[in-house]
Design a binder for this molecule. Structure first.
Ligand code: TXA
Ligand code: MG
Length: 326
């Protein structure tokens, strides 16, 4: 482990790009203080340069280097959820340059819990809060990577080093909580839910953007889109739709609760079953990568019911099901 971390620190110091495993999705990392390196991220991902990046840090001590105002709630939240899948948006300090924040007055900070990346961030910090900008390690608009193999397939030679930390356990991107505008607001749903946050800070947590909220590229309507058309259906419609497609000589693949997916194993080109929403969340992107390659005409999905804990996975599913030109 020590060797790969030393190698990664060296590469990052030289302004190179390193793909890092996190508990949510794989990230494409560069030194957040190095403009040229950060610009290479935008180029590799083909991402518009006005889309801000998250700065990943080793611990909550680093916050003071990157934010100029630290509301009281920050300590409560970092004590409860860091390291982990919660990103905090705060008013930026001078350290957080335009090439990181997309010219906005705020900066997004996250401390990931994956042991390899955590160790890398600790080695990189040097007591100066040095951090890594790391968007998901995928081409802009494509499915986020949850294995090193996904990164290799999508970005390949554009990345100088890929750290293989195994499959991501959370499976969808971190919760983005904006604390830069007064009231706490979730700009992107994730594994840390509004209810969990609300309990810790003892305040109401709002959802979605206000006019003045910072931009979040994951909030473009269609963002996590697979190459194939995806349809979200309830159980009954799923059965009708599958029969219709079979009669029209169209192929389909599916993601559904196991008891449903089992019934379609032979009709579908490929099928994935989940026994609980968490299993779906952990595997969603991995399955979407595979379904994209399955060659099926349609991807049918029976999603879990909406509740606090499924908000994140339902959000990603509905974006994936939105046609790309929306
Ligand atoms: O789980 C995650 O957050 C992963 C892993 C790699 O840490 N990272 C990730 O980064 O999802 P990315 O760049 O794919 O998504 C970050 C989102 C983007 O939609 C970006 O627009 C938004 O966060 N963002 C970054 N800085 C922001 C800021 N200052 N204000 C508002 N939104 C911001
Ligand atoms: Mg992304």
């Amino acid at each position: 482990m020590q060797e790969i971390i030393e190698q990664a620190v060296k590469a990052l110091d030289e302004g190179k790009l390193v793909a890092i495993p996190t508990e949510t999705v794989y990230g494409l990392a560069a030194d957040a203080d190095n403009k040229e390196a950060v610009m290479r991220i935008y180029a590799a991902k083909n991402r518009p340069t006005n889309h801000p990046l998250i700065v990943h840090v080793a611990n909550s001590e680093a916050i003071k280097f990157w934010a100029r105002e630290i509301p009281e709630d920050v300590k409560k939240l970092t004590d409860a959820f860091w390291p982990g899948p919660l990103t905090l948006i705060l008013k930026r300090s001078e350290r957080a340059k335009d090439f990181v924040t997309g010219d906005q007055d705020s900066v997004a900070l996250r401390c990931p819990s994956h042991p390899l990346t955590h160790a890398l961030l600790e080695a990189f910090d040097r007591g100066q809060g040095k951090g890594l900008t790391a968007p998901s390690a995928n081409t802009f608009g494509k499915i986020s990577p949850t294995t090193a193999e996904h990164v290799r397939e999508d970005l390949g030679s554009k990345v100088d080093l890929i750290i293989d930390g195994g499959p991501c356990t959370v499976g969808i991107e971190s919760t983005m909580l904006d604390l830069s505008q007064g009231e706490p607001r979730i700009l992107r749903e994730g594994a840390v839910t509004a209810q969990m946050i609300s309990k810790v800070i003892n305040k109401e947590v709002f959802h979605g953007k206000k006019e003045s909220s910072p931009r979040v590229s994951g909030s473009l309507k269609s963002h996590y889109a697979p190459e194939h058309t995806m349809e979200l259906l309830d159980e009954l419609d799923m059965i009708r739709r599958a029969q219709f497609l079979a009669r029209s000589f169209k192929t389909f693949a599916l993601i559904a609760p196991s008891k449903i997916s089992k019934r379609f194993e032979r009709l579908a080109v490929k099928s994935f079953g989940y026994d609980n929403p968490e299993e779906l969340q952990t595997n969603l992107y991995s399955w979407m990568h595979e379904l994209d390659k399955s060659g099926a005409d349609r991807i049918l999905v029976v999603p879990p019911a909406y509740d606090e804990t499924t908000a994140g996975v339902l959000d990603r599913l509905s974006r994936a099901a939105t046609p790309k030109d929306k």
